[in-house]
Design a protein around this ligand. Structure first.
Ligand code: 4AD
Ligand code: MG
Length: 501
């Protein structure tokens, strides 16, 4: 019996006969030879089947293989630099485990909606496979950072008696006749634990009824939230900076080739290091009003309009190729490129149509309002490093944030904006440790006091300055992978109007 192995370890089996267990990715054949590209979860391998006396029967089977049929392929491993993955299999045996008929995701172009409805199958395509492997590494790096630095993992509940963030994004659940909420954050519960363990973190799914469809919002996302006793705002910012550097380093170290395959330009990521930029909310507002913001958006308008024209010309050219190409694969390639160019063009057209609005929002931004998505994008693009924006007006932020003792209009908080327009990946703050001030903020926000009595206990019994932050896994992954939309960063994206599969 030949050894069963995986594609990522073929290099240890050159010259040997092995069996691969996988799925048919693509096939191509002529009268003399068939090529079956097999994927097995660890990589791709081209299996070559010759139509000769020994392998004639295998060749006949290979010609009938359909996309995504599950197969066991046996053959001799040959190193070949030009081959995908660097090895080929000279095939001597083939067993179809299950023959797939009409696999829906064909090499032809498909729209995003179609792919999202087939998320359970879309996983298998190269790009999705790559992104979810990077997610795996990111999650590992997150856990490692806190585990290696003395933080205790505290699992916080998903059913929560109280709102942690904006009450407008609560998902209400009937809990034996009582209304409770799906957790918007584990923070309040993990704060209690930091008074027991000093340094703690929670990491889990988080739920927000985001009623708008944006490229940054999910209704279910993963967030890691460290919380540290006896920490000031500066201490917490220092941790966030060190933490984010460790994540970037690890992902670059393990996935450089994957990121390049995704088309990620690594120039900026490669240079991410401490210290990050720091500005206050007040300074951010000044930046939005300054000429550099207007110039940036005017430049976008010019460049994107030019790019749209370029794409229109390219599409016309490709349509011609599609009509005149002789080979089926050439037509398919042209169709795919047309689809990609059309998608890019319609994205750009939408962006261009929004630019005047974004200019207007930035120019007329009023001190006291919250920074919106487009403002964050602008601020993030005006920095070549991640940037901390601190000290927002109290009114636009959550009740638990520590009131600035120098300027009580402000809170001691921060958002971390990733560069290149990716925007907020972390939100954090020092927490109000004073009982009276906190009780007053709960009342001001009109929150039901009785749901927060337990939280106020933390200020009654040994209250200390403390703080922490929350990093969103999907936003961070979108930034690291350079993805325009958050929907590809989570195995099963949940957004308004999207719940299947
Ligand atoms: O800024 P947020 O709302 O902060 C909190 O929840 C605090 N309780 C965290 C803390 O101090 N312990 O959310 C933190 C991060 C955001 O920066 C973003 O990365 C992510 O969570 N996030 C979302 N990601 C995807 N979809 C959404 N709807 C998100 N809302 C927040
Ligand atoms: Mg936030």
């Amino acid at each position: 019996m030949p050894t069963i192995t995986t594609i990522d370890s073929l290099r240890n089996h050159v010259g040997q006969t092995v069996t691969l267990q996988g799925w048919v990715h693509k096939t191509r054949s002529s009268g003399k030879i068939a090529f079956v590209i097999v994927r097995d979860g660890t990589g791709l391998c081209q299996c070559v089947v010759e139509n000769n006396e020994q392998t004639g029967a295998v060749f006949a089977d290979a010609r009938h293989l359909t996309q995504e049929s599950s197969v066991e392929v046996t053959g001799t491993v040959r190193a070949d630099e030009r081959a995908v993955g660097g090895h080929e299999l000279d095939t001597t045996g083939l067993r179809v485990v299950q023959a797939a008929v009409d696999y829906p995701i064909t090499p032809k172009p498909h729209g995003v909606d179609f792919l999202m409805k087939h998320r359970h199958l879309w996983f298998r395509s190269q790009r999705q496979h790559t992104i979810l492997r990077i997610r795996h590494t990111l999650v590992d790096a997150i856990r490692r950072y806190f585990n290696d630095n003395g933080y205790v993992l505290i699992d916080t509940p998903v059913f929560s008696p109280s709102a942690g963030e904006e009450t407008s994004t609560l998902f209400e659940v009937d809990y034996f006749g009582e209304p409770v909420y799906l957790a918007q954050t584990g923070q309040l519960h993990v704060e209690a634990a930091c008074l027991a363990h000093r340094k703690v973190y929670c990491f889990g799914p988080t739920f927000r009824a985001e009623k708008s469809k944006t490229r940054r919002h999910l209704t279910e996302f993963w967030m890691v939230e460290p919380e540290i006793a006896y920490a000031s705002l500066d201490d917490v910012i220092g941790v966030a900076e060190d933490f984010v550097c460790s994540l970037v380093r690890r992902v670059l170290q393990d996935h450089r080739a994957d990121l390049e395959a995704l088309g990620r330009d690594l120039t900026q990521l490669d240079h991410i290091d401490k210290p990050f930029a720091r500005l206050t909310y007040g300074q951010a507002v000044d930046m939005l009003h300054a000429s550099q913001t207007r110039e940036l958006l005017e430049k976008d308008l010019r460049e994107q309009t030019a790019r749209i024209e370029e794409l229109t010309a390219k599409i016309a050219e490709l349509e011609e190729t599609q009509k005149t190409a002789r080979k089926k694969w050439q037509q398919e390639k042209a169709a795919q490129d047309i689809q990609a160019a059309r998608e890019e063009r319609s994205d750009l057209a939408e962006q261009v149509s929004n630019i005047p609005h974004h200019m207007d929002l930035a120019a007329n931004f009023e001190w006291g309002s919250d920074l919106g998505g487009s403002d964050e994008t602008i601020l993030s693009r005006l920095h070549d490093r991640p940037a901390f924006v601190t000290h927002y007006p109290k009114e636009v932020k959550a009740f638990y944030m520590r009131v600035d003792r120098q300027d009580p209009r402000l809170v001691e908080n921060f958002d971390l904006l990733a560069p290149e327009g990716f925007g907020e990946v972390i939100g954090g703050s020092a927490r109000e440790e004073d009982y009276d001030t906190l009780a007053a903020r709960i009342a001001e926000d009109g929150l039901p006091r009785e749901s927060y009595e337990w939280y106020l206990d933390l200020r009654r019994y040994g209250s200390v300055p403390h703080g922490g932050f929350g990093l969103g896994v999907e936003r961070t992954l979108a930034w690291l992978c350079g993805l325009k939309h958050i929907r590809e960063t989570i195995p099963y994206p949940r957004m308004m109007g999207k719940i299947y599969p």
